[in-house]
Design a protein around this ligand. Structure first.
Ligand code: PLP
Length: 287
């Protein structure tokens, strides 16, 4: 299922009366559940799990997590069982939201844990415990970022993308996707990340993972932090969707597009810059 995907992703240029050229790479159209970048992040992890002869995938996420949805779907497609460790033990006694309903229908076993427990998601002791409790299991961290995910994200950009565009824009959560883009980029390109989270820790995390310097992560457009939103952001998204017929959401891609248009209005980009914008998906659960 992964073969040739990167070559077949549609591009859409935005009719935009300004001094730059905007093209959207529609990773959101790859698949409604394994949305956008998650597809690339899972690819080598699934291949690795299969080579190791493991039987199931286990990962972590919040109740609306795109990564949970993508993992549930991809695991089923590859013939793995899957387990989702979900933040919030109170959710176990409530009706499931669309994301978790779909995950469960795809065969994912949902395990609800307290927020306190969930915070230990990268703690070795807990990972060891999970490995013993669920044998033959491949564990993927929250958000899906690890070395193999970065390797997969290096395949998002085609040779044509590397030759043609001056700037590549993407939304940033854990930083796995942008790290793959940076690794693949040519040195004349600028990779510009729009953080969905507040703080400059992502800038530091990513600089540990690459020696290149042709990139930047801005948190100026996080609208107060992860999953926070404002009336202004919602209204921007509504207008954008009407004008360009491209669906966005408020956590990642809405904030990124808002930021890109704001930077254009401030003259950030050079005249006639060719800008490639990655639409990383995230539209599952919006039923
Ligand atoms: C997960 C996600 C991101 C962030 O990707 P990272 O590799 O974690 O930085 C961006 N956009 C969407 C729609 C996502 O679901």
């Amino acid at each position: 299922m992964f073969d040739h995907i990167a070559q077949t992703i549609p591009y859409q240029s935005l009719d935009f009366a300004g001094s730059v050229q905007l093209t959207v790479k529609r990773l959101d159209l790859i698949h409604p559940q394994i949305s956008g970048n998650k597809f690339f992040k899972l690819k080598y992890n699934l291949i690795e799990a299969r080579q190791l002869g493991l039987k199931q995938m286990l990962t972590f996420g919040g109740a609306y997590s795109n990564h949970i949805a993508a993992t549930a779907y991809a695991a089923q497609l590859f013939g793995f069982k899957s387990i989702g460790i979900i933040r919030g033990e109170e959710l176990a006694h409530k009706p499931l939201n669309p994301t978790l309903t779909t995950a469960q229908q795809l065969g994912m076993q949902l395990v609800f844990v307290s927020r306190e427990k969930y915070r230990q998601k990268n703690n070795h002791d807990w990972i060891d415990e999970l490995t013993q409790h669920y044998p033959d299991t491949y564990i993927i961290p929250e958000g899906g970022t690890n070395e193999l995910a970065i390797q997969g994200c290096q395949e998002i950009l085609t040779t044509e993308d590397l030759n043609h565009y001056d700037v590549i824009c993407c939304a940033v959560g854990t930083g796995g996707t942008i790290t793959g883009l940076i690794n693949a980029s040519s040195s004349q390109q600028e990779i510009l990340g729009f953080s969905a989270l507040k703080g400059d820790f992502l800038q530091q995390d990513v600089s540990q993972l690459t020696h290149k310097s042709n990139w930047k992560i801005l948190d100026d457009y996080c609208f107060g932090g992860y999953a926070k939103t404002t009336v202004e952001l919602v209204s921007f998204i509504n207008n954008f969707e009407q004008q360009y017929r491209i669906p966005l959401e408020q956590i990642y891609t809405g904030k990124m597009f808002y930021g890109i248009f704001d930077l254009i209005s401030k003259g950030y980009f050079k005249e006639n810059a060719k800008i490639l914008i990655l639409h990383s998906g995230g539209l599952q659960g919006r039923s």
